[in-house]
Design a protein around this ligand. Structure first.
Ligand code: CAA
Length: 407
């Protein structure tokens, strides 16, 4: 059993290069603030894992495991590794750390997710992000590759089931509104005019195909850190603070599935299936089965999902089983996904409202699940949340990781 002791998230509205900060400064801040938030010392950490997608491309820097040693002398000799699975990098780092704890190798792991993306022009950022696709083989004519890929997904929904733009905008509105409640959200101070959530060419211009500005997750500098512990270590932690072990959230279940790098092959393979991305559905169900909760959404109080674009969350809603396949629009219309709804989705604001520092996102999701299940989510708290599921996607659902976190 793997316990989540807590963690820390940076201010996703920050622009590190404008502040004269480097990736290593942000890494040190995350580890230092994280240790302080959870009341641990560097000496307590036995293994370190880093989720990062593309530091080589954005900052010319690889080998991020070595950054622990820059933070504090006590980290000298710490076993560390960096993990990459595009936008699911943070989640695969958590999987690796959790596996080490479950294997009994170590009792306390520090997992850092970090990405610097705002130090290059937007077009260059899009090119760097494009390396998570099948390079040279798909979306070659797109200026912004991922906005185009998820525009194609919206097209696919339209072809199979019908899709109205107002429902994609309903998803955007919820995420931006939730982001306003989150003190770390990149867009918390953003303003929107009356036409921002329509197909107005000025207020909501096309980025690629069907994808418009308000459909997009953000380009973000950000870090998130969590600390994972074995039962033995979590018990000692709880005893020292006079709290019950049972009050600490656990990673109750996990799902991890991959699919071929090619978007077209995925779509072709699911032609006759209920779900557009069966591997996403399998990862979600695997996590619930391992957690021992119902295969439907009845065991959940909230979800933190990938919404790199509104079409991504539209897909997540039916794959999570909140509606039947192709009927995600019903959950949007009914208000089911809003805080206070049947199953709040992205109370944090998600990737659209909070921001999407790619390698940090999976870690930020589990941190938000920890906040929700310990009643520490502040203005975006889902009343009485006990069980939260995360859904983190790399590329065009090439890598999917889902966690069930709960007390
Ligand atoms: C890769 C995988 O594995 C899977 C995935 O997750 S795919 C997702 C990968 N991510 C992406 O593709 C990112 C997609 N988004 C983008 O490319 C860009 O956000 C975009 C092209 C949609 C827009 O970029 P842009 O036009 O440069 O605008 P944007 O960066 O949002 O904002 C420009 C400025 O206006 C501000 N701004 C934007 N909207 C605002 C608003 N409504 N109110 C106030 N300020 C606003 C921003 O804060 C920013 O300010 P600074 O110049 O001070 O930084």
């Amino acid at each position: 059993m793997v316990y989540v002791l807590g963690g820390w998230q940076s201010d996703f509205a920050a622009n590190w290069s404008r502040e004269g900060r480097e990736l290593a400064d942000a890494f040190a801040e995350a580890v230092g603030e994280g240790l302080a938030a959870v009341d641990l010392d560097p000496e307590d950490v036995e293994t370190g894992h880093v989720g990062n997608f593309a530091a080589e491309l954005f900052a010319g820097q690889g080998h991020l495991g070595g950054m622990f040693g820059l933070v504090h002398p006590a980290f000298d000799g710490l076993p560390t590794a960096r993990h990459e699975a595009a936008c699911a990098s943070g989640s695969v780092a958590i999987l690796a750390a959790a596996a080490e704890i479950e294997a009994g190798r170590y009792d306390l792991a520090c997992v850092v997710g970090v990405e610097q993306m705002r130090n290059v022009p937007g077009q260059k950022a899009a090119e760097n992000l494009g390396s998570a696709a099948w390079v040279g083989h798909e979306f070659q004519d797109a200026r912004f590759l991922w906005p185009r890929a998820f525009s194609d997904l919206a097209d696919e929904y339209d072809r199979r089931y019908g899709l109205k733009y107002e429902h994609l905008m309903g998803i955007a509105e919820v995420n931006f509104a939730n982001g306003k409640r989150n003190p770390n959200a990149q867009t918390r101070g953003w303003n929107f005019g009356p036409d921002a959530f329509t197909a107005d060419e000025v207020a909501n211009p096309v980025v690629e195909g069907r994808t418009r500005k308000q459909d997009c997750g953000q380009v973000t500098d950000g870090s998130a850190v969590i600390f994972l512990a074995s039962e033995k270590r979590a018990r000692a932690y709880a005893d020292k603070r006079g709290i019950a072990l049972e009050s600490l959230p656990r990673i109750k279940g996990w799902g991890h599935r991959s699919a071929p790098l090619s978007y077209a092959r995925k779509i072709e393979a699911s032609r006759d299936q209920d779900y557009i991305f069966p591997q996403v559905r399998r990862a979600i169900l695997d996590a619930r089965a391992r957690a021992g909760i119902a295969p439907d959404v009845s065991g959940l109080d909230a979800v933190e999902t990938h919404d790199c674009f509104t079409a991504t969350e539209y897909m997540a809603i039916d794959h999570l089983g909140l509606t039947a396949p192709g009927e995600s629009w019903k959950a949007v219309e009914n208000g089911d996904i809003a805080i206070g709804g049947k199953l709040p989705i992205n109370p944090s604001g998600g990737l659209i409202g909070t921001g999407h520092p790619v390698g940090a996102t999976g870690v930020r999701m589990v941190l938000d699940a920890w906040k929700q299940t310990t009643g520490q989510a502040g203005d975006y708290q889902v009343e009485g949340a006990k069980t939260v599921q995360t859904l983190n996607i790399g590329g065009s659902t090439t890598t999917t990781v889902s966690f069930v976190v709960g007390t």
